[in-house]
Write a protein that binds this ligand. Sequence first.
Ligand code: NAP
Length: 464
Amino acid sequence: MKPLVVAIVGAGPSGIYAAEALTAQSEIPVQVAVIDKLPVPFGLVRYGVAPDHPSIRSIRNTLERTLERDDVSFFGNVAIGRDITVEELRSVTDAVIYAYGAASDRRLDVEGEDLAGSIAAPDLVAWYCGNPDVHPETSGGDDHRYGHNPIEELITRARQAVVVGAGNVALDVLRVLIKEADELDETDMADEVLSVLAQKSITDVHLLARRGPAYTAFTTKELREIAKIENVDLLLDPADFDLDQAGKARITKDKVAARNVAAMQDWLDRPITGAPRRIHLHFWTRPVRILGSDRVEAVEVERTRLNDTGRVVAAGPLEPITAQLVVRSVGYRGIALDGIPYDQDLGRVPHADGHVIREDGFSPDEYVTGWIKRGPTGVIGTNKSDAVETVHSLLNDVSDEALMARHDIAELTSLLADRGIRPLDLPAWQRIDAAEMARGQGHGRDRTTIVHHSELLAAATDPD
Ligand code: NAP
């Protein structure tokens, strides 16, 4: 039986879990091409999961086993829109699964949001994880081999930082900003990232949560971690833990909320030691304006409360928090790609059970999974069940003969070759992997991330 050729756009966890679900069944033979615009696979596992969470990052090893299968091929450094259009991809494959995640960030929509010093968490995360897209190649001058990301200057100048949002990404960012650089030495962060972090002198990080302690989006394990950071005082307002009826009802219904509140209540008893650095947790607080003439100098915040319909509304006087750096950590947002249907309001690709919907109904050959399907929620593992649902829809369409094997994967390979595009395959990734491990050895760590595009390509090159 001729295998069904399926292209997956995005080699992050959602894309690779889709490849796993496609190849885990034996009824319908498949040949899968996992395409990524970056030279390396693993998406947010490499460029989103915090470097000081090595066990979550090691999910990469499981994902790699799927890429190693004979019926799966990795096409790295191939960008949809730049190297091949969606229409072209659809014309040489039997089905396409979009798994390109949520590449942008949600906005706060407050005055001053675009001042120098106000940045989006996804950009900061991409920088410290070493994403080549935010590590410029050249400065244009002779003094540096590589250019600089403006984030580097912001981090070294700031004394006080505000992180807006009460989710796990806010906690990741908070740890990186408040930890001493030598506490991050064992991670796989690039030397140039570590050297910038070593120059920072941030003493205070203020985390703003627009609702109360019973309504955070933290997971408890990640929340508890911040109490383990050394030489840091944790400052909270005991009044915030005097929960109202709605807050009490929430912790009765939601076990994670109850555990989070209990963990933070324990911190109220921690003595303030006069430590050199401080984490301030501000509940019922939201930013109304970011202040500064040409760069961030402070954030004006207001107290909040929930109204009768559960909406966050203003509840008190305005007050400034001095800060030179503001990190907006209020969620990721999916982007529109040329030729792919997109719901502007939701920032997602419209679908039913993973089957893409176009204006005139179900698309015959397009599917979607991961954050671009359901929005930026859940942990890495959530993408597995999500991919299973999407692949189930696809396989059902094959069983119903709505989708048929007509193409050969060689059509994709030759289309790219004809225009001079040489995708990076799995052996190329394995050479990058070996180069990163070799770099790490000299520093007593497992690996050191290579951050520049040209260096990744050089490391990927087969010496023969
Ligand atoms: P998130 O979990 O959706 O949290 C976003 C936070 O921003 C919420 O506290 C939200 O408050 C707040 N927010 C949204 N709009 C706001 C506004 N206009 N003003 C003030 N606050 C606002 O998003 P995330 O932290 O980016 O995480 C994305 C996903 O990745 C989550 O599922 C997360 O669990 C996951 N993740 C997991 C890990 C891990 O397991 N270690 C690490 C990182 C990320 P409201 O609740 O009031 O809307």
